[in-house]
Unconditional design. Structure first.
Length: 207
């Protein structure tokens, strides 16, 4: 992940298709474009009747409902400054993909949002293919998508479980004790493998 961020920060801009013009303007609809990418990897049902960002390719909540946007924007993730560039690159890739396949893009939506779910899936396959020159960048973004869905990394785990976070619910992640702490009264191997160090803290941290 750090390597992919470094690629962007040092100015080695991803190719975004050699045929795409350079000097692309900042993309309109940054969050919608990134959410469309996330929904392609972990699809969910539409949030409202005419939702286009979430394509509705699966029942239940997907990455968007699981909070991928919150994770991408949280300061601790260090992604905020990169999001407009990533969305611009996705726009370039989606535009080039549509041109390659003879599709006319609906100008009322960001190009990636305007693609059908099948086309989004095909494009994602190209971006994540080891042969793609910018694969590492898209792996970084995909990593953040799965992190949001499988860990609710943008909030405390206990709070996420209580509010029914869809990814943790799918994994059947256990609820904490009433005070919000996780305790494990049963040894996973059925017996204690070692005694705790006498200076272990009350929170379970090693001395």
């Amino acid at each position: 992940m750090l390597a992919a961020i470094a690629v962007l920060e040092v100015g080695q801009a991803p190719a975004a298709r050699a045929a795409t013009p350079t000097g692309l303007p900042s993309v309109v609809g940054v969050d919608d474009t990134l959410d469309a990418f996330a929904d392609t990897l972990i699809p969910g049902q539409r949030r409202f009747l005419h939702d286009r960002v979430v394509a509705g390719a699966a029942d239940g909540a997907g990455a968007v409902q699981a909070g991928v946007g919150a994770l991408l924007h949280m300061p601790e993730a260090g992604m905020e400054a990169l999001l407009p560039e990533l969305a611009t690159l996705l726009t370039a890739e989606a535009t080039a993909f549509a041109a390659d396949h003879g599709h006319v893009i609906d100008s009322t939506a960001p190009p990636l949002v305007a693609l059908s779910f099948d086309d989004r899936t095909a494009l994602a396959g190209e971006l994540l293919d080891p042969a793609h020159p910018d694969q590492q960048v898209w792996i970084l973004l995909a990593f953040m998508v799965f992190l949001a869905f499988h860990t609710a990394g943008f909030e405390h785990t206990a709070d996420a479980v209580r509010r029914g976070h869809p990814g943790l619910a799918r994994l059947r992640f256990p609820a904490p004790d009433p005070d919000g702490l996780y305790r494990y009264p049963h040894f996973s191997y059925g017996r204690a493998l070692a005694r705790s160090h006498p200076q272990t803290t009350k929170g379970g941290s090693p001395a």
